[in-house]
Design a protein around this ligand. Sequence first.
Ligand SMILES: [Zn+2]
Length: 101
Amino acid sequence: MKIKKGDNVKILTGKDRGKSGKVVNVDFKSNKATVEGLNIFKKHVRPKRQGEKGEVVQVFRPLAVSNLMIVCPACGKATRIGYAVDKEKKTRICKKCHAPI
Ligand SMILES: [Zn+2]
């Protein structure tokens, strides 16, 4: 998994294609990431008790990681990630400007 919580990502497919946002949650099991403010779906909640009103809540649906591209904080471009290994420490780097991410 190349994407981490807190990363800025760009969405490549779907209705929010081309938009970017911050990763708020990563699900390693399903290879999906939830991006803040994107891929919003409205969920209708039925009233639980009589007299209560039903509500519409907004839910951020997770997106497949393969449909996301990381946005490099140094050059601001959507990029692929490379790794630089330095004395057993692995650093993620931007493939375009080689800045650590
Ligand atoms: Zn870069």
